[in-house]
Ligand binder design. Structure first.
Ligand SMILES: Cc1ncc(COP(=O)(O)O)c(C=O)c1O
Length: 241
């Protein structure tokens, strides 16, 4: 997220023949979107390549769900993308890397989980392929995600909660205290909503939160039910009035 730090690293490493800037497209705990335009500008200025991990973007971010590089209009400036079949695509396991052919040829020989592990089970491949077909056929799913995400974020903010990140379906409900996050998550489950509290060492001390992920499969009623449950448990624990 820190472009001046990136620039200083690129300056320090000027003597290296090949350099690769590696970043998540979206950071998982806060839902922060990497500043890819600035990253690509710096990479081009200093002759480096760009590699993004799109596990928290593939399938729903950007107008057609292509990911962070589509959202920020830099699809032709990113060299390597890896992602998972096991998150938004719902295929339970597996992943992929796309990039220049020499890189892919190298990975086929050197990538440990590719070369020395069992292949993905055919049902997982089948379900992931179907998910990709659905995304290619229509932009409706990725666009409905944006609307549902904003519904949740706006209603929660109106109710007095602090939601980190912006416009991403990872919606961290910031609570601060680890015990509070855990107790509230337990109470949410009693109201039929399964959410997980995250605390140190997964996130910094004092930044405990409940991380909510909005899914395209949620209805508006599901989202409203979730917000109501948050308000009820939040009042019980003195988080909102
Ligand atoms: C940024 C990021 N990359 C990669 C992975 C790993 O994905 P997989 O479980 O499909 O190997 C994760 C999993 O949480 C992740 O958050």
């Amino acid at each position: 997220m820190d472009l001046s730090d990136l620039e200083s690293k690129l300056k320090e490493s000027q003597s290296s023949r090949m350099r690769l800037v590696v970043t998540d497209g979206v950071f998982s705990m806060d839902g922060d979107v990497a500043p890819l335009t600035g990253i690509c500008d710096l990479a081009e200025q200093y002759g480096a390549m760009v590699f993004i991990d799109e596990c928290h973007a593939t399938g729903f971010l950007g107008p057609r769900g292509r990911g962070t590089d589509e959202l920020l209009g830099v699809m032709d400036r990113v060299h390597i993308v890896n992602s998972t079949l096991g998150k938004a695509l719902g295929g339970a396991a597996g992943g992929y890397t796309v990039g220049p052919k020499p890189l892919i040829d190298l990975l086929r020989q050197r990538s440990r989980p590719y070369l020395f592990s069992n292949s993905l089970p055919p049902p997982v491949v089948g379900s992931a392929l179907r998910a990709v077909e659905l995304l290619l056929a229509s932009n409706e799913i990725s666009q409905s995600m944006t609307a549902k995400t904003m519904r949740f974020r706006n209603k929660m903010t109106e109710a007095g909660f602090t939601i980190a990140g912006s416009a991403h379906p990872i919606c961290p409900v910031m609570l601060g205290d680890a015990r509070l996050a855990s107790l509230m998550a337990d109470d949410m489950l009693k109201l039929g909503v399964y959410v997980i509290g995250f605390s140190f060492p997964v996130v910094p001390k004092g930044k405990a939160r409940i991380r909510v992920q909005i899914s395209a499969a949620h209805t508006n009623e599901d989202i409203d039910h979730c917000v109501d449950a948050f308000i009820q448990t939040g009042r019980k624990h003195g988080v909102v009035s």
